[in-house]
Design a protein around this ligand. Structure first.
Ligand code: ZN
Length: 407
């Protein structure tokens, strides 16, 4: 899309059109707070450069019919790529934020960064070409990687993919010459996606309780997360729930995450006497077995036997109590209308989910009066790719000129 003929002021006119949807051209001057002739000049340049289009006329009173303007959805597009442990999900949205398409594929056996980005590139080009688009039309791309990502878009580590210090943002920027945002797998992204696309989209307020690699409870009100004074609102993971308990990487003992996060449960299972455990679980627990935590935990908890002496049952009961304590704290603190359960512990183990819900009822005061709805999160990986594409789209519209000129 041509940007050379578009003047700095024109971008603010474009932003206003985007915000209003299909405004009549006559009202723009008022909205922007400038002379009508100035604004009309900007509209002409934006129409010529392909950023705006005329969508029709609105007849109002006896005056001349008003010309309606809209952002040209073909002016460019945004992409989201979610790189999970075994799969790749891509989504493309138009310039105005409309979802165009999404698709998924399995990752190749070679999960090196070069190979995965090449596969993502092929996948994305395929998706774009189905819409008659090319990668040169991308205005922004979001990549979500299952791992820890620093503020420069470097994947510091991804255990699932075997990556260390991979500069994903700079590689994608070189490849696509557009705005790039790289983020780790985060509960905050999932909570935001639940608010837009998932089970939370009709709720005025809800708490997203996440239990996987970490444990957190985020309050979303009117689609916006409560972040707190230092962006730590809802980080329950390092509240001590078992004083003197298991040592936590943070230095304390008995943190919620040290007792009930995915890695903590796997560590606890590895400390059990192997002799009494089922054969397949023993195989999964071998240090070189290369099994995912969710696989190990699913196998262990589904094999817990009735009766007090079973070590798997004891582990499951202990984890259930701690996870329910975390949820009870969140319900007491926020008093939400809906509690959404997310993260792999809840996604992969229905038994654990049901156990936690039962325990929660007993821990929350006035359970019946609250009328609290508890629901399993619905957002799956392709939604995160869609959410990511929407995120770079929002970032563009917050300041189109800065995104296009990199200033
Ligand atoms: Zn801790």
């Amino acid at each position: 899309m041509t940007t050379s003929r578009v003047s700095p002021f024109d971008w603010s006119v474009l932003q206003v059109v985007h915000r209003l949807g299909t405004p009549p051209q006559q009202t723009l001057a008022e909205q922007v707070g400038r002379q009508r002739s100035t604004v009309n000049g900007a509209v002409q340049r934006l129409l010529a450069a392909g950023w705006l289009r005329r969508v029709g006329q609105a007849v109002r009173g006896r005056g001349r019919p008003a010309i309606l303007l809209a952002v040209n959805e073909d002016a460019g597009c945004f992409a989201g790529v979610e790189i999970a442990a075994r799969e790749l999900h891509c989504a493309v949205v138009a310039a105005d934020g409309t979802l165009l398409d999404h698709a998924a594929s399995r990752l190749a056996d070679d999960t090196s960064c070069e190979v995965v980005l090449e596969q993502a590139d092929l996948h994305l080009r395929g998706l774009l070409s189905r819409r008659g688009l090319g990668v040169e039309r991308l205005l922004g791309i979001w990549a979500g990687v299952n791992g820890v990502v620093d503020e420069n878009g470097v994947v510091v580590t991804s255990a699932a993919l075997g990556w260390h210090d991979e500069p994903v943002r700079s590689r994608l920027a070189k490849l696509y010459q557009c705005d790039v945002l790289v983020e780790g797998a985060s509960a905050a992204t999932s909570a935001a996606a639940e608010a837009v696309l998932g089970v939370g989209r009709h709720a005025g307020s809800f708490v997203y309780y996440h239990a996987g690699r970490g444990i957190s409870a985020r309050l979303i009100r009117q689609g916006q997360p409560l972040v707190g004074a230092t962006q730590r609102a809802g980080e329950l993971g390092h509240v001590v729930v078992a004083p003197g308990g298991t040592r936590c990487p943070c230095g304390n003992r008995g943190c919620l995450e040290a007792e009930a996060s995915g890695p903590a449960i796997v560590a606890a299972l590895r400390r059990l006497q192997r002799d009494g455990l089922p054969d397949d679980l023993r195989r999964l627990l071998r240090p070189n077995a290369d099994a995912e935590p969710e696989e190990i935990i699913g196998a262990a908890f589904s094999r817990a036997k009735r009766g007090a002496g079973d070590p798997l049952r004891n582990t499951r009961q202990r984890v259930t109590q701690y996870l329910a304590m975390g949820a009870a704290m969140a319900v007491a603190a926020y008093d939400p209308e809906l509690l959404v359960l997310g993260g792999y512990l809840f996604e992969r183990s229905m038994t654990l989910r049901n156990d936690v819900c039962r325990a929660l009822r007993r821990m929350v005061l006035d359970w019946e009066d609250r009328n609290l709805e508890v629901a399993q999160g619905q957002v799956v990986m392709h939604d995160r790719a869609v959410g990511g594409a929407a995120k770079v789209c929002q970032r563009f519209w917050a300041n189109p000129r800065a995104v296009l000129t990199g200033s």
